[in-house]
Design a protein around this ligand. Structure first.
Ligand code: SF4
Ligand code: SF4
Length: 168
């Protein structure tokens, strides 16, 4: 299989695992977005999506290009998004949040703000989530700089976090 395709498949597998982790953690909507909407009278807001993060840190590498091509084939180009919210420069940000359930860029997928990381630590005793470290790990999967062994260790560590959330 073409190397970029193989790297992207690994990345998408990790995205699916991280999406499961974030769904179980369920912090952003419940503890950030809904309280803010309640406070500001239901005015849409950008939360942490304050730039075009779907591209600004992307690398000029084949798997990053493939990621973008597949994202645009599935969800449209940024210019094609009809209901972009004006509160964020990111065209994929709508009034109901990010339009991309998959094929996010590494920084969008990995990002957790300080308060959400603190909640993960205090509520579940999970201290292993370092968002920059996760961002670089996801980048290395796409560039092919992560070895198979490192990939399986990374995947296992994410599955362990999921197991902790499920057991709580
Ligand atoms: S990462 Fe932080 S700022 Fe962004 S939506 Fe979640 S809680 Fe809010
Ligand atoms: S692509 Fe999605 S997660 Fe990334 S900045 Fe835009 S709205 Fe936020």
């Amino acid at each position: 299989m073409e190397k970029a395709r193989e790297n992207l498949n690994h990345y998408l597998e990790m995205e699916e695992i991280l999406n499961r982790f974030f769904t179980l953690f369920d912090y952003c909507l419940k503890d950030c977005v809904l309280p803010e909407l309640h406070r500001n009278g239901n005015q849409p807001f950008a939360a942490c999506c304050k730039n075009r993060y779907y591209k600004i840190y992307d690398l000029d590498e084949p798997a990053f290009h493939l990621l973008r091509q597949e994202r645009e084939a599935l969800y449209g180009t940024p210019e094609e998004v009809k209901d972009s919210s004006l509160v964020s420069p990111c065209e994929y940000h709508t009034n109901t949040g990010c339009l991309l359930p998959t094929h996010k860029s590494p920084i969008c997928l990995a990002f957790m703000c300080r308060k959400s990381i603190d909640a993960l630590r205090e509520t579940y005793g999970i201290y292993t989530y370092d968002y920059l470290g996760f961002n670089y790990a996801l980048e290395w999967i796409l560039t092919g700089d992560m070895t198979e062994t490192q990939y399986h260790e990374f995947k296992e560590s994410c599955l362990e976090m999921i197991a902790i959330l499920k057991a709580s």
